[in-house]
Ligand binder design. Structure first.
Ligand code: WQD
Length: 339
């Protein structure tokens, strides 16, 4: 297949590009580089031995998407990663998040459907599930827009509604909604990885920056949750497993609308993740218990059985693989792609 990866130079997009290339498919990256670097294309060629075309442009612009199709199409499928994704930031910049995360989908759909694409795979999120009583979340979990706590998650759920309605009037089109839990980790080469701008909001890249010495200490946001060790539980999934889930979804795509949770189904606590990272580094890391972070849930994790049953996919890698791969990436790239 020939696949357009919108946001394809980003963290998950780049790892998906490796998985697709290694499975014998062709990829073209479209990315505005507002949260990544053009270096990624070179790193992908180093990993796979295949030159990778990166079109620098904004997926919200129909003319940019049209030029990409004219110059590099035809495409069998679009995988849409191009979105702002910081939960906290989204509460400060709701209009940015709704405009970017929805306009990109509209432009990609308008142009992609005009060019007859067969499949649209959407990067969704486990944060669309709104009722903790449904844990572990299956794909049937409650998704109530008014109950969601932030514009990021709401923008993803609204995207899902738009895609379902468009698919309803385009019967030959496959729409696959992939609901990620907590993507972490890096390719074993250490050549590509998560490189958030500024101070990371998320735990894993923050711990990595403390381990490499660019941040002083880890803040454990609360140790009084109703969990086995009192710290928050999350379903961390290795980005390489996540990427392979995209390949499985594309290769199994049939006309219709489907959704899959991409997680391990094995929740891990903050303290367990830190302990695993310390094992990878070979020393203790400085940490302090801080107040809970507003909006955090005690626990969120999925039941990934549907992806296993229907796609023949399940996560293979565990937390030690995740932390050791991040440590390799961070050591090789102490200042990310600008190292
Ligand atoms: C994980 C745990 C924190 C930072 C992320 C993304 C969101 C979505 C889901 C894709 C929590 C604790 C964190 C720190 C800490 N991904 N923590 N100290 O909040 O689950 O959301 O995954 O859709 O986009 O933001 O991940 O890594 O921020 O937090 O103790 O410095 O670590 O309380 O328990 P979260 P996170």
């Amino acid at each position: 297949m020939r696949v357009l990866l919108a946001g394809g130079a980003g963290y998950i997009g780049a790892h998906t590009a490796v998985a697709l290339l290694e499975a014998g498919h062709e990829v073209i990256l479209l990315d505005n580089l507002d949260n990544t670097s053009a270096v990624v294309a070179d790193r992908l060629e180093q990993i796979t031995g295949t030159p990778v075309t990166l079109v620098v442009g904004d997926a919200t612009d129909d003319a940019v998407v049209e030029r990409t199709f004219s110059a590099h199409g035809p495409f069998d499928a679009i995988v849409h990663f191009a979105a702002h994704k910081a939960v906290g930031e989204s509460t400060q910049k709701p209009l940015d998040y709704y405009a970017n995360n929805l306009d990109s989908t509209f432009a990609l759909l308008r142009v992609g459907l005009a060019h007859g694409i067969r499949s649209f795979v959407f990067s969704s999120t486990g944060t669309v599930y709104s009722n903790p009583a449904d844990l572990p979340f299956t794909e049937a979990g409650t998704r109530d827009l008014v109950e969601l706590s932030n514009p990021y998650s709401k923008s993803k759920l609204i995207n899902e509604v738009v895609l379902a309605d468009v698919q309803r009037v385009t019967p030959d089109l496959n729409v696959t909604l992939l609901r990620y839990f907590n993507p972490v980790g890096a390719h074993e080469s250490g050549l590509i990885g998560e490189d958030p701008r500024g101070i990371p909001n998320n735990l894993m890249p923050f711990v990595a920056r403390v381990a490499v010495g660019s941040l002083p200490e880890i803040n454990v946001f609360g140790d009084d949750y109703d969990t086995p060790d009192g710290t928050g539980l999350r379903d961390y999934i290795h980005v390489v497993d996540l990427a392979e889930g995209h390949v499985a979804a594309l290769e199994k795509a049939q006309p219709g609308l489907v959704s899959y949770n991409l997680g391990t189904g094995r929740p891990v606590s903050v303290r367990e993740l830190i302990a695993s990272f310390e094992k990878a580094v070979g020393r203790e890391l400085p940490k302090v218990v801080a107040p809970r972070r507003a909006g955090d849930l005690a626990a969120t994790y999925c039941d990934p059985a549907k992806a296993d049953a229907e796609l023949g996919w399940k996560a293979r890698l565990g937390i030690d693989d995740m932390t050791s791969s991040v440590w390799t990436w961070q050591q090789r790239n102490p200042r990310g792609y600008d190292s």
